[in-house]
Write a protein that binds this ligand. Structure first.
Ligand code: PMP
Length: 401
């Protein structure tokens, strides 16, 4: 039965973590996977998460099934975090379900759209070029045709806004446009506020459907409201749209798989009907979400003291990432490494799109044991004062040779 099956290549992102683990070189550095590390290179549990975890353990709560759409108490608190107390929030126009982190929210959204958007709307999704490696597979799996809109300008190392707006202007109406809410992965470059307004306008004018993926709220600027700017702009525009919200990075709950899928609708009645149709999609895929991580997020977002602690810890994490950005750039400039490295500090969030070519990135991995993506993306979370000089030396070598 299995003779005809050929072995699939490892996942390009998760595969780097495996290769790193298997490497016995003492100098090895993991800049592949986007999980936060401390200045000492250790994995990190937010202290507020550890505290709530203990509190929950002491209560010996039941492990019953959750409803299909997850913990009821998560809906309003996660909506408020993302959208603020806006008109859609106050008017109960947001349909929300707890999802299996950001990936699960995207997958449920894609499946829902495939089932319920009018048949004659086509099934085309536009992704930024480049984008997070999993987007394409998620939408292909749900039966969509996948295209791209220009985003990264390799020559100028910035966002090519004119080309992006041009493609959106001429995309067939009712196409789905996936946007990164903040801290674009992998480039680390977001549109400016003025550019976001132009994006909203062209989407509105051309009857396109926004699907906003937000996995780094709090990581980009260290300010939760600032990082929700694009979401709130879409809300105030009156458009109906989809959102995938992940708590993997900003709560450090990677393995708990907790996130939310939201749909902003034009009325409370529409939101209610839409929710009734999201539930059968979930029921057929995984029935209902896991309970533990959801309880942690609900507790922190519902309690003002815990919320303040979380906000401060998130700020500290974002500040460390900012620091290593400057140190990396400073190190390369001090060494006189050919090229401009100013983009490293212009980029935000967890990643830097270094501009290293595939061949240079391969040399980083093979000769220097520095694990990163072959498209030149590094996770800054893996850098610290001990390994930065080594990484600087490696980049310098790869650029010169
Ligand atoms: N979207 C983007 C842009 C991401 O970078 C990530 C995490 N790497 C996700 C979604 C989803 O991650 P998770 O499923 O762990 O929440």
């Amino acid at each position: 039965m299995f003779e005809h099956i050929v072995e699939a290549p490892p996942d390009p992102i998760l595969g780097t973590a495996l290769a790193y683990k298997a490497d016995t070189n003492p100098n090895k550095v993991n800049l592949g996977v986007g999980a936060y590390r401390t200045e000492e290179g250790a994995t990190y549990v937010f202290p507020v998460v550890a505290k709530v975890d203990k509190e929950l353990a002491a209560q010996t709560l039941d492990k019953e099934y959750l409803p299909i759409d997850g913990l009821p108490g998560l809906k309003k608190v996660t909506q408020k975090l993302l959208f603020g107390e806006c008109a859609a929030y106050r008017g109960d126009r947001i349909c929300s379900i707890q999802a299996l982190s950001g990936t699960g929210a995207l997958r449920v959204g894609a499946e829902f759209m495939n089932r319920h958007l009018p048949q004659d709307w086509g099934r085309t999704v536009y992704l930024s070029d480049p984008t997070w490696g999993n987007h394409k597979q998620i939408f292909l799996a749900a039966g969509f045709a996948v295209k791209t809109y220009p985003y990264w300008d390799q020559a100028r190392r910035c966002v090519d806004m004119d080309a992006m707006l041009h493609t959106l202007k001429f995309a067939p109406k009712h196409s789905i446009i996936v946007l990164h809410g903040c801290a674009h992965n992998p480039t680390g470059l977001d549109p400016t506020k003025d550019e976001w307004q132009q994006i909203v306008q062209v989407i509105k004018d051309n009857n396109l459907i926004p699907f906003i993926d937000t996995a780094y709220q709090g990581y980009a600027s260290g300010d939760l409201d600032e990082d929700a700017y694009s979401l709130r702009l879409f809300e105030s525009s009156g458009l109906e749209f989809f959102v995938a919200q992940s708590f993997a990075k900003n709560f450090g709950l990677y393995g708990e798989r907790v996130g939310m899928f939201h749909i902003v609708a034009s009325s409370a009645e529409r939101a209610k009907v839409v929710l009734s149709q999201v539930k059968p999609v979930v029921r057929a895929m995984y029935s209902n979400p896991p309970v533990h991580g959801g309880r942690i997020v609900e507790r922190i977002l519902s309690d003002p003291t815990l919320f303040a602690e979380w906000q401060q810890q998130l700020k500290d994490v974002a500040a460390r990432i900012h620091r290593v950005r400057s140190d990396l750039r400073g190190g390369l400039e001090a060494k006189g490494t050919p090229g401009s490295w100013e983009h490293i500090t212009r980029q935000i969030g967890m990643f830097s799109y270094t501009g290293l070519s595939v061949a240079q990135s391969e040399r980083m991995i093979d000769q220097w044991h520095i694990y990163m993506l072959k498209n030149g993306r590094i996770s800054l979370a893996g850098l610290n004062h001990k390994n930065i000089p080594y990484v600087v030396g490696a980049i310098d070598d790869c650029v010169r040779n």
